[in-house]
Write a protein that binds this ligand. Structure first.
Ligand code: CTP
Ligand code: MG
Length: 230
């Protein structure tokens, strides 16, 4: 698979979360990152990726219009639609995927909460799909020692060998993801749904800059990384 427009790769950018751990009056996707809504960063990067043909933004309920205006402001002409998300992340992904035409062969699902997307990561996950995998996810080996707790007490120190922390963007063959989304959802990421449905998912190298903004401190950290990138 090579990078080109007409690549058949559609991105679903999920931004519909409330950001409860983040706090604040607006949804987290509209928190201020270096003078722009957080969402602008990942939107712009997906827009400029040659791997991505078109994208769907999944907005917090009542925030579809601001998403479209933002896309216009940054000249994101690949945005096909902004739709309202659901109660869970899986519901939001489902709402976004429903807007993607049947012709799309590969679906790329990305969290707006991970603004510092490098195109090399998109290349790695999309390439894995071209090599025959049902799904591909960026992952980093765990660096910290891992403990299993029972209340406040350590029950066990878990062997971290073979354990990975998984990020987005996650790429999937359209068919397996659509089928997995139609079934049960008790997974915290899309890959989990595809795995549960019997799909083969590959780990590719993740990127430390793809940290997820969960709290205001994470946003400060991301702003520092963004400054260093420029
Ligand atoms: N997301 C979504 N719809 C939901 C829940 C989450 O589109 N119902 C998106 C978020 O907007 C975010 C990504 O999924 O880009 C990862 O979720 P998370 O970081 O947990 O964001 P929130 O759910 O908004 O935060 P919190 O869990 O603190 O409320
Ligand atoms: Mg959440």
């Amino acid at each position: 698979m090579t990078a080109s427009t007409g690549s058949g790769v559609w991105a679903v950018l999920v931004a519909a979360g409330r950001g409860e751990r983040f706090g604040g009056k607006r949804p987290k996707a509209f928190a201020n990152l270096a003078g722009r809504p957080l969402l602008a960063e990942s939107l712009e990067r997906l827009e400029s990726s040659d791997w991505v043909e078109a994208l769907v933004v999944v907005a917090p309920p009542e925030w579809e219009e601001p998403c479209i205006l933002l896309a216009e402001e940054i000249g994101a002409g690949k945005v096909h639609a902004a739709v309202s998300g659901g109660a869970t992340r899986a519901d939001s992904v489902r709402a976004g995927v429903a807007e993607v035409p049947e012709e799309a062969s590969v679906l790329l699902v990305h969290d707006a909460a991970r603004p510092l997307l490098q195109d090399e990561v998109v290349e790695r996950v999309v390439t894995a799909i071209g090599e025959g995998w049902d799904g591909a996810v960026p992952a980093l080996p765990l660096a910290d020692t891992v403990k299993l707790a029972e209340g406040e007490a350590v029950a066990e120190t878990v062997d971290r060998a073979g354990l990975f922390a998984v990020q987005t963007p996650q790429a999937f063959l359209a068919g397996p993801l659509r089928r997995a989304l139609a079934g049960v959802d008790d997974a915290t990421d899309c890959a989990g749904l595809v795995e549960a449905a019997g799909g083969r998912v590959r780990l590719v190298e993740g990127d430390r800059r793809l940290v997820k903004v969960t709290t205001p401190a994470d946003l400060d950290f991301v702003e520092t990384l963004l400054g260093a990138e420029r």
